[in-house]
Design a protein around this ligand. Sequence first.
Ligand code: NAP
Ligand code: ZN
Length: 359
Amino acid sequence: MYFHVPVKVYCENNCVRAHAKELASFGKKALVVTGKSSAFKNRSFDDVEAALSMRGVEWAVFNEVEENPSVETIMRGRDKGVAEGTDFVIGIGGGSPMDAAKAIALMIRHADAGADYLYDSSAASDALPVVCIPTTCGTGSEVTAVSVLTRTNLRTKGSIPHKIFPQLALLDGRYLGSAPRSVICDTTIDALCHMYESWLNTKATDLSRMCVDAGLRVWARSKEAILSGTPLSLENYNDMLLASMMAGMAIAHTGTAIPHGMSYPVTVETRMAHGKACGYFLPGFLREADPAEVSYLLKTAGFTDIDSLEAYYQATCRPEKVPEYVLRESIRTTLASPSKLAQTPYAVTEATLFRIAGL
Ligand code: NAP
Ligand code: ZN
């Protein structure tokens, strides 16, 4: 059993400016990687800009990361980082810019390599230092070594084999205040999936479960506020950000399981948001698992049974119906993924996946 999360984490409001010295300590010029607009509206970029200027560190911005970032975007980010002479990378945003920041940091370090390098498991994984600043409350990417990219040519998503932990994560719930309710709802369900998929996992240990246990209790504190539809408090945002980070620490050790595996074709084919797509398969995944374990997990998050969790998911995420051909693709790709099947603590046949998909 081991526990390894080599990321220094600050969870406090105003932490970007308060820890400017550490943020600026990773190099002379940062590549700041963001999505199209949110980082510029929720003040996270302003804080980073102020912190770097305060310490005399330069920066360049790459703000072209789309949701579910593609390999092509990573290569454009790499070209910008190399052209600007950057020597560390700061990812600001949801999982998409944070995952992109890790992959871009890898590719700047290996500036002469082609895109195939990203999925070459025999290639070296050294990367420029990465700092992550999450502005959604779902992926926990700020404490995992995982970078999930869209492989446009293969019409699928997949984690790169390189393990790239950020060195520093700065969590400030204020940045979530500008997020649409749909982003908050979808990403809180992603965090819940991470915790349940990590616990119900053949790789789970007492240490990974410690993160799930603590994370579920924090998650439960703001569960009803999110369902209510009324404005959320800073305390709610800080809770959900913390729960998401703890969930990230859990999956950093176990990986995710069947709901994530089944979600990827749904996102690629229908563009359903990541957390919403994972949540689609969560009730079915739980119905197949050990009832005693499931009962404990539900109770800890404040649910009475699987039906009440499903009702919560429907009410908060409002999922569209997934076409049958896409669900069949989800089943096909999951059956072809030995690692996802091996991580599931119960026998999985095609019939099991049909039930999980609701077919
Ligand atoms: P996201 O794709 O990063 O962002 C979704 C949307 O939310 C974007 O339109 C973004 O706008 C907007 N947004 C983000 N923060 C906002 C804020 N504070 N205010 C207003 N709008 C905001 O969503 P995500 O669910 O966090 O990340 C999903 C990605 O993470 C997927 O690619 C998934 O595969 C990956 N993932 C990674 C891990 C891991 O361990 N590394 C785990 C789970 C999932 P902008 O584009 O303008 O920023
Ligand atoms: Zn996820």
